[in-house]
Design a protein around this ligand. Structure first.
Ligand code: WT7
Length: 690
């Protein structure tokens, strides 16, 4: 009876016409054997859900694969289009052997995502609904904006941007903390067809400069300072240094629009560059609160977002308008079983993709009420999240495993002293969630009542790719479950051959979806080689995964040179290049190592310049260099002195060995005889604790 939803043996047609077995759906008997590990949504939950059973999912999924054009056109039609897209709903080439990679959805369709987030909801009668509840760093400091008020604020900024010469297609760089002004700035850009490039306000001036130099914005939008927990961060100083660095690289920034964040720092105490800097509060309120729209093509760019890859240079992931709009809205609605009465809180910062797709666009497109939280989740104490949940009656709470794990350590009383009874759906993102954290989140935070949507996706994918539909699936703690509508994930072996059934391998996707990124800004070739060359015919995610006998997918982490620290993606090459810029560092090799709270920690092997002695001060100074060049979140957890690094005879560093040394798995070093100098391994082991 518990398995009442479960369908019997089923097969699905693929877009190519061949009929593979989607093991996922061969449930019946196989699942029954795992009954003890399954968490079944309650009947009450399932009955009210958008998708109530595997059978219902299957029917929709089948259509999404057999007829993607029809399936996605139906969802796209729920939005306002000034002109409908052409005959061809989508066109794609994901096969590098057949020519250049190309993805287009709804080409020829004319729309505006800001219109669909705001004006359309107001036209539908929701102008007085709360769009944003803003909660400041200090408890008791808060504000709200209705849809109507949000539109007015967006229009004023949009008018200003136009007035200072920002045009359709121009880049605008946004370096703001989680103030309401951050989503406002994103929407204002979208309204006039400008391309926003939000840089997480934890990045250093050097990282910011690198991004300014790459996308060449006319204007940078920032604020003077922000308080996070008990710390004050002087953002404007960081921007000043970044612009100065950009100017040295022949990239001028004409305007620095600065919001006065009074609670953190007064105007008078802010350093100022006459002629370049403008106070937001001095100019924006003077503009009209209505603003004409710039209608754009579905394939016109909406934003750039830089992310780390396996080389030192960050990649400018480019998303376009129409497909991204349809995809973020649809995934939001189904993966969280969103209803108009929900109050939704995603703890991510808008500086990351999660904040783009699931703080700003996805929820607002659905007319949702969203919490924007400026502070730190453990300030003033570890109960802050649940205080906020009770204060605003949050019903959908979406966060990262690292936060779950850190709160777990603080003791249950910080959770249980709050009611949390408004909660009905929980979500997790950023890294695999370990089953014990999953269970704590489920049992304690959600009182064993709220399904958890463990959403697997990436900056590149724009929206959820593999995720539970909370009313449909029996859940297995730690598994992201099954593909979202329209997504065809495949597991391939080293040779790029698809593997069926129970297996482990590399996670790829074999056809396009509306929210996919279209290119890397200014470097389509890098786009093709990074994502489409390793396994020709597929988009390669960079992740490894297992598929169990019931077809559930379990992500196992990155298989490339990317480390995932607290859900933040950091390239080992970026950290290495920061380290070697230190005058006393000759060489560095960085690997990820398991970390109890952060998921992965950064472990750096450092070879010093000849004659320089080891010291704790030098260790600190190396760590400072990384903080300064990338940001505090990328600081190495461990510096391991390395007189030499294990290299092959051709000079390639063998990270496999370094990973084993870092995680103290010394009996698993494997064959070290191919090293140019096998002696370095012993030396490294002896220096592990010095
Ligand atoms: C990488 C993407 C997309 C949201 C935030 C991170 C890992 C993300 C999960 C999950 C296991 C996950 C992957 C992926 N990841 N979500 N639910 N389960 N792993 O975005 O910075 O682009 O990083 O985060 O390794 O490749 P991102």
């Amino acid at each position: 009876d518990k398995l009442r939803h479960v369908d019997s043996m089923t097969t699905l047609p693929s877009r190519a016409g061949k009929i593979p077995k989607l093991n996922a759906l061969i449930l019946g008997e196989a699942l029954a054997s795992e009954e003890d590990h399954l968490i079944i949504p309650s009947q009450d939950f399932s009955e009210q859900a958008h998708v109530s059973s595997p059978a219902e999912y299957l029917e929709m999924y089948r259509r999404s694969i057999e007829d993607p054009a029809g399936f996605w056109s139906d969802f796209a039609s729920q939005f306002y289009w000034k002109e409908k897209w052409g005959q061809t709903v989508y066109s794609e080439n994901l096969d590098i052997r057949k020519g250049s990679i190309n993805i287009e959805w709804f080409k020829g369709g004319i729309t505006n995502i800001c219109y669909n987030c705001l004006d359309a909801n107001i036209a539908a009668g929701h102008g007085e609904k709360i769009a944003i509840y803003w909660e400041g760093n200090e408890p008791g400091v808060d504000a709200t904006l209705t849809y109507k008020q949000l539109l007015q604020r967006v229009c004023q900024l949009a008018n200003y941007l136009r007035d200072v010469g920002v045009k359709k297609g121009d880049a605008v760089l946004i370096y703001l903390p989680m103030l309401m002004e951050l989503p406002i700035a994103m929407l204002a850009c979208a309204r006039i067809g400008a391309v926003h490039s939000v840089v997480f306000a934890g990045f250093s001036s050097e990282s910011l400069a690198q991004r300014i130099i790459d996308c060449k914005p006319k204007i940078v939008i920032t604020c003077n300072a922000v308080q996070r927990g008990s710390k004050t961060i002087y953002l404007k100083d960081i921007v000043d240094a970044a612009i100065a660095e950009s100017v040295r690289n022949e990239t001028a920034v004409d305007i620095c629009l600065t919001y006065e964040n009074v609670s953190a720092l007064k105007k008078e105490s802010t350093k100022w560059v006459e002629g370049r800097d403008t106070w937001w509060q001095d100019v924006i309120p003077k503009y009209s609160d209505t603003c004409d729209l710039e209608w754009v093509d579905a394939e016109d760019p909406l934003f750039l977002l830089y992310t780390s890859g396996s080389t030192g240079k960050p990649k400018g992931v480019l998303h376009t308008t129409g497909g991204y709009m349809v995809y973020t809205a649809t995934t939001f609605k189904f993966a969280f079983d969103y209803k108009p009465s929900d109050v939704y809180w995603c703890t991510a910062d808008c500086g990351w993709i999660t904040g783009h797709s699931y703080v700003t666009y996805g929820p607002l497109l659905n007319g949702a009420t969203v919490i924007v939280f400026e502070g730190a989740p453990n300030y003033p104490d570890p109960g802050r999240c649940w205080e906020i949940v009770d204060k605003y009656k949050v019903s959908i709470f979406y966060t990262a495993p690292t936060l779950v794990r850190s709160l777990m350590r603080e003791g249950n009383e910080h959770v249980t002293r709050y009611s949390r009874k408004s909660l009905r759906v929980l979500g997790s993102v950023g890294e695999p969630i370990n089953p014990s954290a999953w269970r704590w989140f489920f049992n304690l935070v959600g009182d064993s009542r709220c399904p958890i949507s463990d959403t697997w996706w990436q900056t590149e994918t724009g929206g959820f790719m593999i995720t539970p539909l909370p009313g449909a699936w029996p859940q297995k703690p730690g598994s992201a479950t099954f593909p979202f509508f329209g997504i065809q994930p495949v597991v391939v072996d080293e040779k790029g051959k698809e593997i069926e059934g129970e297996c482990s391998g590399y996670l790829c996707v074999k056809s396009s979806w509306p929210g996919a990124f279209r290119t890397l800004y200014g470097d389509h070739e890098r786009y093709e080689t990074t994502y489409f060359s390793a396994f020709p015919g597929y988009y390669f995610s960079g992740d490894g995964c297992n598929r169990d006998k019931d077809g559930y997918i379990w992500l196992t982490g990155r298989v490339d040179d990317v480390i995932n620290v607290s859900g933040h993606r950091i390239g080992t090459a970026e950290v290495e290049s920061a380290l070697v810029s230190h005058p006393q560092c000759a060489e560095a090799a960085v690997v990820g190592v398991e970390h109890e709270v952060k998921g992965q920690g950064i472990y750096a092997f450092v070879t010093l310049v000849e004659g320089v002695p080891y010291s704790d001060d030098l260790r600190k100074s190396l760590i400072m260099t990384v903080r300064k060049q990338i940001g505090a979140f990328a600081a190495p957890d461990k510096i391991h002195w390395a007189p030499g690094l294990p290299k092959t005879r051709s000079g390639k560093i063998m990270r496999r060995i370094l990973r084993k040394i870092a995680s103290k798995q010394l009996d698993e070093l494997g064959d070290i005889s191919t090293l140019a100098d096998p002696g370095v391994v012993e030396e490294l082991i002896s220096l592990a604790d010095s």
